[in-house]
Design a protein around this ligand. Structure first.
Ligand SMILES: C[S@@+](CC[C@H](N)C(=O)[O-])C[C@H]1O[C@@H](n2cnc3c(N)ncnc32)[C@H](O)[C@@H]1O
Length: 205
């Protein structure tokens, strides 16, 4: 009975959400697609001929947006959860934190790449501070990989949740990258602690 009521509330909320509606109309698999579209409008990092890694890709909204913009380059999507096929997007089902997945990513590109995206979010535990910490750790790990595989003027864009780990992420980003911007897209729900960190250009460490 209770569950029924909360799922009804959820449906009601979604039907009022313009981004949710638009994602259905435009055929995107997630409303998150609009966050990437908005951030790309602002920072202009998706170009025709680039190689890109999409971490935490399922169900695939961001990969769909990338595929529309990138005509020639390679796109690799990675997620713990299976992702329905998107034409010309390769997919690895695996845990990004495991060595095996990490090695597969390095092997797939074999060379420096242009963009690393991470929309990875840890499973929610009910404890907001813990969730923000775990997602922050995913961001820090993705940043380490980015420092290794990004080209000189490459871009790293990652989700974070505001919390105690935020300072550490910002400090590390400022050490690794020349330009760092913290940004909350309009399509990211106001009540959510979600924000994004955009980093460009590898610094000599
Ligand atoms: C918010 S969703 C991503 C939505 C996606 N950007 C889209 O537009 O469809 C976060 C994803 O991160 C994935 N994830 C969390 N931890 C992960 C890990 N350690 N390795 C790989 N994927 C992970 C989850 O499985 C989940 O699918």
């Amino acid at each position: 009975m209770k569950k029924n009521k909360s799922s009804k509330n959820w449906l009601k909320k979604q039907s009022r959400d313009p981004f949710f509606k638009q994602s259905k109309i435009q055929g995107f698999r997630s409303r998150s697609a609009f966050k990437l579209i908005e951030m790309n409008k602002k920072f202009k990092f998706l170009r025709k001929n680039i190689n890109l890694l999409d971490l935490g890709s399922s169900p695939g909204g961001w990969s769909q947006v990338c595929r529309k913009e990138i005509i020639k380059g390679k796109i690799l999507a990675v997620d713990l959860k299976r992702m329905e096929k998107i034409n010309n997007v390769d997919f690895i089902e695996g845990n990004f934190l495991e060595n095996d997945t990490y090695s597969k990513i390095l092997f797939y590109f074999g060379n420096k790449i242009d963009v690393v995206l991470s929309d990875m979010a840890a499973n929610t535990s009910g404890n907001k501070e813990l969730d923000s910490f775990r997602t922050g750790e995913l961001c820090l790990n993705a940043m380490n990989l980015s420092a290794k595989i990004l080209s000189f003027d490459g871009v790293f864009l990652s989700k974070i949740f505001m919390g105690s780990i935020f300072q550490e992420i910002k400090e590390k980003a400022n050490k690794y990258f020349k330009k760092v911007v913290i940004y909350k897209p309009l399509s990211s729900k106001k009540e959510s602690k979600e924000i994004y960190i955009y980093c460009k250009g590898i610094s000599k460490i």
